[in-house]
Design a protein around this ligand. Sequence first.
Ligand code: BEZ
Length: 221
Amino acid sequence: MPGLLLGDVFPNFEADTTIGRIKFHDFLGSSWGVLFSHPKDFTPVCTTELACAAKVSDEFKKRGVKMIALSIDSVEDHHNWSKDVMAVSSSTAKTLPFPIIADHNRALSIELGMLDPDERDSDGLPLTARCVFVIGPDKKMKLSILYPATTGRNFDELLRAIDSLQLTAQKKVATPVDWKLGDKVMVIPSLSDAEAAALFPNGVTTKEVPSGKNYLRYTQP
Ligand code: BEZ
């Protein structure tokens, strides 16, 4: 069974969190959202990730993206763990600036296909992998990344990818390797040269290649 696919409407699950019970779509409102899962509270890699997420939370806010984490422990554990996280984070916030979903019975992790078969707790039950789901204002999934529990994520890359998602949702462009906000972008292949010339007033430059095909078309959005 495939899990959630790009373009699927993200499930409107109900869950207990550190800010109370939520319905996911109501929590998102008309914002973009990012949901990132963690294997377990009070574990080292997860703590570094949440500390980093807290530090860069203003960058998500600037982009209109609501953050929410998930870990397979209780709300009480999440509140206690959050204190450790904020003690090691260089965030200026006093408390964790986003909620954590409680999933101690793994119901949501199973529903969203997030369990890592290779990492288990002391009872032999699987832990949650490190998933990232970016959800658009239309509640559809725009990006999904899946890391095993043993590999921590990079939140700068996540912000970079969100910049690309938000730009390409507005303009008929695609962002090349290692692109950063402000860099040139590429005209998507489905646009003709005439359409591209009309759409991009800053002009389109084409890089010549041995095939003679004009598909490497750059513009400044
Ligand atoms: C961690 O967060 O450090 C971790 C959690 C589960 C498995 C491996 C590492």
